[in-house]
Design a protein around this ligand. Structure first.
Ligand code: FE2
Ligand code: FE2
Length: 184
């Protein structure tokens, strides 16, 4: 999509596409839609903090204190806005999947969860952080189970570092806890 994407990023995107497709087939989600979300998810991941902040402000994207402290949180919302502006992606569900791919979202479809999970434990990330195996195992059981395991891991990381969670991460985690518990 963006010819100027650095090679390490295109390789990550390729791994996310492959795993999103595997997860979609495993869980009966739409492979083509999960793949499309994965292809577009990180189009501005390589930008600088300054550029994320400037481009978010230029587009009227809300910048919370947590985003200002950690501007990489803005790469999903900005990427989604650009895909819409350029009409590269017109399906609102897929645009939403990309917008919220750092935190997840209670409105996510199965295809969005496939992309989200693939982004979190694609093979290179799993190799670098073996604790993600728990997320991969949970994702074998179900997409929501996998997402819950991932956001619980993130919650623990945030607590260990004394960092505030994005409010949407907290909201998604609460939603997943009740959705997964409600099924049992
Ligand atoms: Fe990303
Ligand atoms: Fe990614």
């Amino acid at each position: 999509m963006e010819p100027e994407l650095p090679k390490r990023l295109t390789k990550h995107i390729d791994r996310v596409v492959a795993l999103a497709s595997t997860l979609a087939r495993r869980h009966g989600a739409d492979d083509a839609r999960a793949t499309l979300a994965a292809q577009g998810h990180d189009i501005v991941r390589h930008w600088s903090d300054e550029r994320w902040l400037a481009e978010a402000e230029a587009r009227g994207i809300e910048v919370l204190p947590v985003d200002r402290a950690n501007p990489v949180l803005l790469h999903g919302p900005i990427g989604a806005a650009i895909l819409e502006e350029r009409a590269w992606l017109t399906d609102p569900e897929l645009v939403r999947a990309i917008r919220y791919h750092t935190t997840g979202h209670p409105s996510y479809t199965p295809e969005a969860w496939c992309m989200f999970l693939a982004d979190k434990f694609e093979p290179r990330k799993l190799k670098r952080r073996p604790a993600l195996q728990r997320v991969a195992n949970a994702a074998e059981v179900g997409l929501l189970e996998g997402a819950l395991a991932y956001l619980e891991l993130m919650e623990g990381d945030g607590q260990a570092k004394g960092k505030a969670a994005h409010p949407l991460q907290t909201e998604t985690l609460a939603w997943l806890r009740s959705a997964v518990r409600g099924r049992a």
